[in-house]
Design a protein around this ligand. Structure first.
Ligand SMILES: NC(=O)c1ccc[n+]([C@@H]2O[C@H](COP(=O)([O-])OP(=O)(O)OC[C@H]3O[C@@H](n4cnc5c(N)ncnc54)[C@H](O)[C@@H]3O)[C@@H](O)[C@H]2O)c1
Length: 254
């Protein structure tokens, strides 16, 4: 049986990158998928791709920093598919800037998207998940939610925040049968990490000193999200799940 048969999944930031890989994998594993993003054309294409492969999907415009947007998106999921069982809070942005040059506006933008977006999303699905007997929420952090990095003050603040938020919400929603986990991807080949003109070899060379010596593919992150979304993870909540090619394990000597 498909691993998400009978479930409805709402995936944010699903127009491209890791979110698109998750939406497609979930569609192939039997979930009805609400593909959501701000990039409507790309998002529509992801939803259509799932349907072409025989899955069920719709596209819904959703800016995750908007409370009204969340109300509408969950309302659409209810109307089309009967509710939400799985929420993947994947959408995120990154801004690289020295700490002293980061403006309050830039800090707020990153926090509003990467942290507040997940907060609002979780609040928006509690009622429907509770009514359906439980659910699974996966909040996207990053290896930069486990260790600091030069130029990423706002991003690390938000991604460390995701870890604490996840644990507290897991405690509060556990009694409703809702599992809440944090996923920490390492460097993964997407638009977010794209450098103009770089070849695959150049990307991997940047990580040669680490255990697996390469960047990850979006599908490799999607497979961990699939496990957490599915009933296979029935005893996992409040946890930290890392898929980083060993980047946070440390660098070998020499
Ligand atoms: N790529 C990596 O190396 C990496 C590493 C660690 C963590 N992550 C995290 O994984 C997640 C996905 O990253 P990615 O690499 O696929 O990035 P990406 O930039 O390729 O895709 C992100 C998607 O999120 C959407 N988005 C951004 N702000 C939004 C908003 N306010 N409302 C709705 N959608 C919005 C974008 O339109 C885009 O489609 C992010 O949370 C990111 O921080 C990525």
């Amino acid at each position: 049986m498909a691993r998400l048969e009978g479930k409805v999944a709402l995936v944010t930031g699903a127009a491209r990158g890791i979110g698109a890989a998750i939406a497609s994998l979930f569609g192939a594993e039997g979930a009805a998928v609400v593909v959501s993003d701000r990039r409507d054309e790309l998002g529509e294409a992801v939803a259509q791709g799932i349907c072409r492969e025989g899955g069920r999907a719709i596209y819904e415009h959703l800016d995750i920093a908007s409370e009204d947007g969340w109300r509408e998106a969950v309302g659409r999921a209810r109307a089309e598919f009967g509710g939400v069982d799985v929420l993947i809070n994947n959408a995120g942005i990154i801004r690289v800037k020295p700490f002293v040059e980061t403006t309050l506006e830039e800090l707020r933008k990153v926090i509003d998207t990467n942290l507040v977006g997940a907060f609002l999303g979780m609040q928006a699905v509690v009622e429907t998940m509770t009514a359906r007997g439980g659910g699974s929420i996966v909040n996207f952090s990053s290896v930069q939610g486990l260790e600091g990095r030069e130029g990423l003050a706002a991003y690390t603040a938000a991604k460390f925040g995701i870890r604490g938020l996840t644990k507290t919400v897991a405690i509060e929603l556990g009694p409703h049968g809702i599992r809440v986990n944090a996923l920490f991807p390492g460097p993964t080949k997407t638009k977010m990490t794209e450098r103009k003109g770089w070849t695959d070899e150049q990307y991997d060379a940047a990580y040669r000193g680490y255990p697996l010596g390469r960047m990850g593919e979006a599908e490799e992150i999607a497979r961990l999200a699939l496990f957490l979304a599915s009933d296979e993870a029935s005893f996992c909540t409040g946890g930290d799940f890392v898929a980083d090619g060993g980047v946070t394990a440390g660098k070998p000597r020499g």
